[in-house]
Write a protein that binds this ligand. Structure first.
Ligand code: AMP
Ligand code: MG
Length: 314
């Protein structure tokens, strides 16, 4: 159910939940000052309690009320990438609700690039907002995805649909250096180029959420040559030929990673609508930029073991 700014503000300040659009995916929001609404987010999503939440802010002043001991490079990154799809994990202030941080000393923060949502957060104050989907399922990028997971009556703030279709990139300021925590809309190379230094991947302990299985449709996703012949449908790129009579689902052209990213989760959900059991996806994509995020999302969603991700990237 689409609601306006005024109604959304009222629900959030009274401790309720509203789904908000962002430029990445839809988020299931609650106020950081309402423990009940945070509790409800974990329950509605069936999200593991050890998986902390990202706080969304309208401006830098709000951010600085929740974090401390930030490096000078934080301000530079914020100025360049915000509002936008970069999440930074920083030292959190002591007064933050433990349910947000899963008891960690760090907190994940971001200013989304979305007009209506920024306007709302200016009024309500910071909002936690994990993706608006049941945990483990693909993130919601369209209203119908939300309705599918939470029903037609769940309040959704009016505003432009997400334009990226994938989640934010996460980096963390840990032990006085930046580490890479999650692939996302902004590529690792872009951040490295901006900072003028290499950033290492962190181990899983720091970013608990990355260890959970994610983004999966009910259909089983495969990418091995062998499964090409066994799957019910082929997912690939319209400028490649697959020599198969099976139903074909297009991710767009292979030279348009933004479109591939935008279509991916919507396609995942269509597999289920179309009652597919086994789907083969072409993951032969360049090992660079946004393609790396796309491949990582497919591997995380796929039925086969994704632990050897790097070696599967072509
Ligand atoms: P999402 O599920 O897209 O809302 O992203 C949340 C992810 O951000 C979590 O799964 C963690 O990996 C990461 N994250 C959130 N809060 C923290 C934190 N305090 N410290 C480290 N990582 C965090
Ligand atoms: Mg999510």
């Amino acid at each position: 159910m689409i609601i306006d700014q005024k109604k959304a503000k009222k629900i959030l300040l009274e401790g309720g939940n509203v789904i908000i659009p962002t430029e990445t995916v839809y988020g299931l929001a609650g106020s950081i000052n309402c423990p009940n609404s945070i509790e409800t987010i974990y329950r509605l999503k069936n999200r593991p309690k050890q998986n902390p939440l990202i706080i969304h802010f309208a401006n830098l002043k709000q951010v600085l009320e929740c974090v401390e001991d930030v490096p000078e490079s934080f301000y530079r990154l914020a100025k360049f990438f915000w509002p936008g799809p970069l999440t930074m994990v920083l030292q959190g202030r002591n007064n933050l609700n433990h349910a947000i941080t899963a008891g960690l000393k760090t907190v994940a923060v971001r200013i989304p690039a979305h007009l209506e949502t920024l306007k709302l957060i200016e009024e309500t104050g910071p909002l936690v907002a994990p993706s608006a989907n049941i945990s483990g399922r693909p993130s919601s990028t369209k209203i119908k995805h939300i309705e599918n997971d939470f029903g037609k009556n769940f309040p959704i703030l009016e505003g432009t649909e997400p334009i990226c279709g994938l989640e934010s990139t996460i980096i963390g300021w840990i032990d006085n250096k930046w580490v890479f925590l999650r692939h996302g809309v902004i590529s690792l190379q872009e951040i490295e180029r901006f900072l003028g230094e290499n950033i290492n991947h962190s181990d899983l302990q720091i970013c608990p959420g990355t260890k959970f299985r994610h983004y999966s449709p009910e259909a089983k996703i495969f990418y091995s040559n062998e499964m090409f012949f066994k799957a019910d449908a082929i997912v690939g790129y319209e400028n490649r030929s697959y020599l198969s009579k099976k139903p074909f689902y297009s991710l767009g052209r292979d030279d348009d990673p933004k479109k591939i990213a935008y279509r991916l989760f919507d396609l995942f959900r269509r597999f289920d609508e179309d009652c597919l059991k086994n789907v083969w996806i072409d993951i032969k994509l360049p090992n660079e930029g946004l393609y790396i995020t796309i491949i990582e999302r497919i591997l995380k969603a796929s039925y086969t073991d994704s632990s050897n991700f790097e070696s599967n990237v072509l």
